[in-house]
Design a protein around this ligand. Structure first.
Ligand SMILES: CC(C)(COP(=O)(O)OP(=O)(O)OC[C@H]1O[C@@H](n2cnc3c(N)ncnc32)[C@H](O)[C@@H]1OP(=O)(O)O)[C@@H](O)C(=O)NCCC(=O)NCCS
Length: 180
């Protein structure tokens, strides 16, 4: 069994003190599909509190096992219990950890939970076409590039294409074996 360097945990009220910095980071926002917001500590505190009690979406903290440091967040949104599908997203907010393989590890944990504990069948992942790093993460997880939404997001003065990757439970179970 793989020795995980991270674990996922429920968000806690004080997490906003960390996540506010990620939320206000322009480089991070430029890589996300969502629009830019100006976020105050009050707003972020409320967002985290609502996420804690959210019964529809699953929003979790990514933490290092070695010191419990909270380095990012990972999400399963738009969970649809009829079609057993959801939409995934991630951010490694602490940039010191970019390029360390943490995103791949966090998704392996999230997808295991989603497919094997919650019984989901399909997860999709929309990614800005210019976010090649995130696309490499999706490819490393065995994601299938299934479509392109043309000029679907207006950001930084331009329209951008969105690439849609998808993951099916049975395929993921095979991919997961490669990671031990
Ligand atoms: C995108 C993001 C999640 C990647 O996290 P990460 O932990 O750095 O990713 P990983 O280390 O698991 O690396 C993934 C792969 O990306 C690839 N990669 C790294 N930099 C790259 C680049 N500039 N272009 C293309 N691929 C790149 C590498 O091949 C790496 O694979 P490797 O382990 O074989 O070297 C992180 O940079 C982040 O949070 N960015 C801001 C928010 C964001 O983009 N979220 C995703 C929105 S869809």
């Amino acid at each position: 069994m793989k020795t995980w360097r991270i674990y996922l945990r429920a968000l806690q009220s004080d997490d906003y003190k960390n996540t506010i910095n990620w939320r206000n980071d322009d480089e991070i926002w430029s890589m996300l599909v969502g629009p830019k917001h100006f976020v105050s500590p009050d707003y972020e505190k409320k967002w985290v509190e609502e996420a804690i009690f959210d019964k529809i979406n699953i929003r979790l903290a990514i933490c290092l096992k070695k010191n419990n440091e909270h380095i990012g967040n990972i999400y399963l949104n738009e969970i649809d219990w009829i079609n057993r599908s959801a939409v995934a997203g991630i951010l490694i907010g602490d940039k010191r950890y970019w390029g360390g393989g943490y995103a791949v590890e966090a998704y392996l944990l999230l997808f295991s939970f989603a497919f094997l504990d919650r019984g989901l069948h399909r997860i999709s992942m929309p990614i800005l076409e210019y976010n090649t790093k995130s696309q490499s993460v999706a490819e490393k997880l065995g994601g299938i590039r299934e479509g392109l939404l043309r000029e679907a997001v207006y950001k930084n003065g331009k329209y951008h294409n969105i690439v849609i990757f998808s993951f099916l439970k049975d395929e993921f179970i095979e991919i997961k074996k490669q990671y031990g």
